[in-house]
Ligand binder design. Structure first.
Ligand SMILES: Nc1ncnc2c1ncn2[C@@H]1O[C@H](COP(=O)(O)OP(=O)(O)OP(=O)(O)O)[C@@H](O)[C@H]1O
Ligand SMILES: [Mg+2]
Length: 228
């Protein structure tokens, strides 16, 4: 059996493709018969379903995994408004605390598994309260990080700044994913610039397509598992 793999998934921005990547990676894990878990500790932007708030990212991660966890374990903090979590929480008179989130995530990760992805919300420096940020949660969990880069104009700057911040915070950056192959002008030049400039390995690229391209995720998972 492979050693347990756990990752914190961040992105260059909100809508960078963290859920697209995380759910695809979980599905690749399921294809390899790995017990796969996806967590979304904080979600801002949710609708009522049968009287309870449900967030699309959490539901997508659950649908792609093969480890049945209650919704509350997958997404312990679910907030109504699609705004920064610290603002959404304030609107509901709630306070998000990293220490508490850490407990929830560690609790969920007690469930036996081979592969776990913990998806952030927005980017690396998204505030959770007046003091703490999403990066503090990754740090508190001591999880290695994968950065999803949304391949659009401006991505080089966003990717480099985010990678520098992750490393400066002292967490290992496993690598980065190019999301949206050929979606931007001069895609190939941008990829080459990132490969040269990023302080972490390039893990692979994802096509721009409504359907996941399974083989792209299989290749990335194989890399993460250390297959040749
Ligand atoms: N490679 C892709 N091909 C086609 N659509 C994509 C791709 N990547 C992301 N999308 C779409 O772009 C939107 C944003 O992607 P996604 O939800 O994965 O972003 P995110 O980083 O998880 O955002 P959030 O910060 O809200 O969690 C979604 O509708 C998703 O389906
Ligand atoms: Mg998401």
């Amino acid at each position: 059996m492979t050693r347990k793999k756990q990752y914190f998934i961040t992105g260059t921005d909100t809508d960078a493709g963290k859920t697209y990547f995380s759910s695809g990676l979980l599905a690749a894990g399921v294809r390899r018969q790995l017990k796969s878990i996806g967590l979304k500790p904080v979600a801002a932007g949710a609708d009522y379903e049968n009287g309870v708030l449900r967030n699309d990212d959490a539901l997508a991660l659950m649908a792609s995994s093969n480890t049945l966890l209650p919704y509350e374990q997958v997404n312990p903090v679910v907030l109504r408004a699609p705004v920064s979590p610290h603002i959404a929480a304030k609107q509901e008179n709630k306070i998000i605390r990293v220490a508490q989130l850490t407990g929830y995530v560690k609790g969920a990760l007690i469930t036996p598994h081979d592969l776990a992805v913990v998806e952030g919300a927005g980017g690396w420096r998204v505030p959770l309260n007046d003091r703490e940020m999403m990066s503090d949660l990754a740090l508190s969990l001591s999880l290695p990080v994968i950065l999803v880069v949304n391949m659009k104009l401006g991505c080089i700057n966003h990717a480099m700044l985010t990678a520098e911040s992750i490393l400066r915070d002292g967490l290992p950056l496993v690598g980065w994913i190019a999301n949206g192959k050929d979606k931007m002008l001069c895609y190939e030049e941008n990829i080459q610039t990132l490969i040269r400039g990023m302080p972490a390995p390039f893990l692979g690229e994802l096509s721009y397509s409504d359907e996941h391209n399974a083989s792209e995720f299989d290749v990335i998972l194989a890399k993460l598992l250390g297959d040749n």
